[in-house]
Structures are given as C-alpha cells and as structure tokens.
Write a new protein. Sequence first.
Length: 145
Amino acid sequence: MAKKRKDIINNSKDAKIEPIIYMSKKAPIETQDILTELLSMRGITKVMIFSSSKEKLYSYERWGKLEKSFEEDDIFDLYKAVQKQLIKIGKKKLDHTIIRSNDSNIVIFNTDKIIAFLQCDKKAKLPLVVIKTKRISEKLASLLK
C-alpha cells in the first residue's frame, strides 16, 4: 500500500496517473484508515504529516509529482513565516492556519506531536476540509508515542 521513499524521489512516468503514498515506519498503523475519509474528499491534492521534530510520517499526492506543488522545505518556510507573524501580534502558538490563493487552498494544523499540511483546489469544500483535518490531526496525535 505504501511506497518506499526512493520510489517517491524516482517517480516513474505513471506517477501523473497514480497517487504517490508514503508512510513512515514510525507512523501509527491506523494512519491510512484514519485518513481515508479525508483523502476521498473532492479537491484534496496533497496531504503531508510530520512529527514535531519535522520527520515525515505520511504523505499523499493525488496526481503524483506536480510542478506547482509545495515541497517539504517550502512547507516549513511557510510555517515559520506564519508563526513569526503571529508572534509579532502577540499570539504564542500556531494552532491552525488557512492560506487561500487563486487556484488552491493550504491548511496547516499544529498539535504538540504533529504538523499536518494539506493542499486542496477550489473544488474542495473548505469548511468541511478544515473540520475533518482538525479531527484527524487530533486522532493521529493521540496515537503517536
């Protein structure tokens, strides 16, 4: 079910058709089952879940590697920038944030144990996606040791 990390980096010609899924050995076994509801929603293009130490636990890319998609470094740069701005206005912790652009929406959730990043297109129902992402983030955080 989950592809090895080297398969993600060396994606084949079929990667545009088939989703790319990566699951770390440190991720809870129930991760795929918990995420099924979210991944089946319309408009979800990318989901990445990291531990608090920024180790990738899970990633899903619906259309394979796309040129207009965030990479791990971009995600953490964005996360740090938003967190820095929140500190300037007196907020101590980034719980979640939603970034909207012309062609996609980005949702970032932070718990004590995980950072969940989700990218969806304009077809996704954003309020529903945010609620489900929050619930799933909390479930996964409770399963991590």
